[in-house]
Design a protein around this ligand. Structure first.
Ligand SMILES: Cc1cc2nc3c(=O)[nH]c(=O)nc-3n(C[C@H](O)[C@H](O)[C@H](O)COP(=O)(O)O)c2cc1C
Length: 392
């Protein structure tokens, strides 16, 4: 019997790993390590958490078809999405204020992703400027998540900076134009931006300071008074109040990079956005952080894929925890997936090394599942790999 991935053999060879392998154990270890407000910020969800729980539960409604006829061909889980080559069909989802998890923050995530051969989608709200994050992992192929600012010049500046710094795609955050109701954040009265987290891309942008009516004395965090004023301005300009499919043409006129829209769950919206020029769709409900009583993101995936009809890539996130979850999403039509909380937990436990552990584990488990369902690449996955698992 061959171990299908090199990470398993490495762990056996080393006599173990400093990190847990199960998603629940990883989360628990991060809980023990982090302050309550940091952990609740990362782990929390909207309202009672029904959407977040539905996201996870949706995967258990599918069974995988196990196959015995096989050929001696190595399994290769690599995919290419919009010109970016990925060693596995899993990217790191944009997640803001990662410095709450670990001081290496986004730079650590970028390095962990690059080590395993995949990409970080850098959040708009980071501790370091996007240029520094790209420079921290020179072999990486990062993407940038844009929060389309109410101030058009600021939005354009962020897009231009990302393109110049080598980011390979823009992921427009579609689903965070209003604040979700998150009781676990409220219980600590913890708004990280007020404490100096998350505004690295804004503090490094001259247009932002022009809006804030202030000239910073140098790079780095502004002093307390300037910061208080800056956070208030940022709150006003962070996202624009409306978004229509026709707006994509404006965004496309600013850049040659492909533009994906993240947070799409409604197939008719997906169809409109593709017809308006979106280069990719990300099915996501923000990990259940925005709207409680929401439909599980996985349950939206087949209809969105049908509406998109292969015209552009479809990515998926919200609830992916294991390699078999990745396989289910791909069999339902996704071209690749993203993980959110799991990489933040890995980062919390070991910086870049912890992120690489999470990705290597997913890669090995996914490669094993791909092989055992009779595939050598992701391209042949289809609905025939799935059977309804029945009520759980
Ligand atoms: C702490 C945290 C911060 C996040 N920040 C952002 C963000 O800045 N931009 C964004 O588009 N999505 C953000 N998300 C959502 C993720 O991109 C992703 O949609 C979600 O985490 C996927 O669900 P999962 O955590 O179940 O994998 C954040 C998620 C978490 C957990």
């Amino acid at each position: 019997m061959a171990y299908t991935g090199s990470y398993q053999s490495q762990v056996f060879g080393n006599g173990g790993s400093p990190y847990p392998f199960g998603a629940a154990e990883l989360e628990e270890a991060a809980r023990v390590k982090l302050s309550p407000e940091a952990f609740d910020y990362i782990a929390g969800a909207a309202g009672r958490g029904l959407t977040a729980r539905a996201n996870a539960a949706a995967f258990s409604r599918y069974g995988l078809t196990y196959r015995v006829l096989h050929q001696d061909i190595p399994t290769d889980p690599a995919v290419t999405i919009l010109g970016t080559s990925l060693a596995l069909p899993v990217l790191l989802a944009p997640a803001g204020v990662a410095d709450l998890a670990h001081p290496e923050a986004e730079a650590g995530a970028a390095r962990g992703a690059a080590e395993v051969g995949t990409s970080l989608v850098l959040s708009a709200v980071t501790s370091s400027p996007l240029e520094d994050v790209a420079a921290a992992a020179p072999s990486g192929h990062p993407w940038f998540q844009l929060a389309w600012s109410r101030d058009e010049r600021l939005a354009r500046s962020l897009v231009h900076r990302a393109e110049k710094a080598g980011y390979e795609a823009i992921v427009l955050m579609g689903d965070c134009y209003a604040a979700g109701w998150r009781p676990r954040e409220l219980s600590h009265a913890f708004f990280p931006y007020r404490h100096g987290h998350g505004l690295g891309n804004y503090y490094s942008d001259p247009r932002f300071w022009a809006l804030a009516g202030h000239t910073p004395s140098g790079p780095g965090l502004p002093d307390d008074a300037a910061r208080e004023a800056a956070v208030a301005v940022w709150n006003q300009v962070f996202t624009r109040p409306s978004f229509a499919p026709g707006d994509l043409a404006t965004l496309k006129s600013w850049t040659d990079l492909p533009i994906l829209v993240k947070g799409v769950c409604d197939p008719s919206e997906a169809r409109c956005l593709v017809e308006a020029g979106a280069d990719g769709i990300v099915v996501s409900n923000h990990g259940g952080r925005q709207l409680d009583n929401g439909v599980a993101a996985l349950d939206c995936l087949p209809a969105v894929c049908a509406a998109v009809a292969g015209r552009v890539p479809v990515l998926f996130d919200s609830g992916i925890r294991t390699g078999t979850d990745v396989l289910i999403a791909l069999a339902l039509g996704a071209d690749a997936v993203m993980i959110g909380r799991p990489w933040l937990y890995g980062l919390a436990l070991g910086g870049a090394d912890g992120v690489a552990h999470v990705l290597r584990s997913l890669k090995d488990e996914f490669t094993s599942a791909l092989t055992l369902t009779g595939h050598h690449t992701c391209a042949t996955l289809s609905l025939s790999d799935l059977t309804p698992a029945g009520p759980q």
